[in-house]
Design a protein. Sequence first.
Length: 364
Amino acid sequence: MFSFLRPYIFSLDPEAAHDLAIKSLKANILPKSFFDVEGEKLLETDLFNMKLPNPIGLAAGFDKSAEVYNSLFKFGFGFIEVGTVTPKRQLGNPKPRIFRLEKDKALINRLGFNNHGSEVISKRISNNRPDGILGINIGPNKDTKNKEDDYFTCLTKLAIYSNYITINISSPNTEGLRNFHDQSEMEKLLVGLNKIKKDKKIDQPIAIKLSPDIDDSDVSRIVELIKRYSIQGIIISNTTDSNRDNLSDVKKNEVGGLSGQPLKDISTNLIKKFYKDTKGKIKIIGVGGVDSGQSAFEKIAAGADAVQLYTGMIYKGPGIVKDIKKELISILKKENFENISQAIGINAWPTNLQELYSSRKIYV
């Protein structure tokens, strides 16, 4: 079906096509059974002490204002992340601000956290109970001087409506946001988040979404801070604002964050580094270039407990989730895995350690 509709969809401006998709999904008429997969029990896994039917999630950025998450669950996602949500409603950056790089199977966006704001979104979720595990991605408004205060506001307002909260410190489209990767700024933010959790008795786990453009030397420093302040998860990674040299599309130099296939190996390699540094003790969600069972498996084998996609669905349609799950199940059966969790991190170690853990039944 999507292959038939794709020429029309791709004839539209990317943001117009996205708005049309949101309007269509609001009808919520697709039967869930259409996306069922036989043998999915092999994909059951754990994330933040919550059981997932499968490790395939939808990344933040598609359902920015939490309007259609229950329709999206019908596609077969194991979990969905909405947002990025800011305290106040925000229109985002001037249009055009989304660009398809079809030759590279990629997108560039400079949306700028356009969303309906925490007040509207909290009421929306309260009135429409999620049919699955729902994460809420939060960030600051563009014109806020003390950006950490906006994270505290959103955490306080939205945590109760979520299964987990993602702290987005890595979008390249909000000026100064990536400064939170610096030692002092990150520590100040994490101290404040912990205080809010304690004072407000918030139990929801917190994940930090990182940039793919960090240096190797940053990994251990970030891991140390995450451990010190009991952050439960890392999302690797957001879009990149560099890495354009090998792209073919004429739109490759548009300002904004690059997602899709060009990010696949970059994020997978970064997952491997964080997994080794954390020794698998902190949950990792892998994002970037996931558009097949094989690409999802590569991220899991590098150390991701679960993966997310967005750009892949733009290019392959909603059936991508079913296709990924079917291919993952095939890979697991071929390699004699009893469950997807046994594959986590098997390719993160040197060859001799891979051989040591070749039973794939030892959690490392």
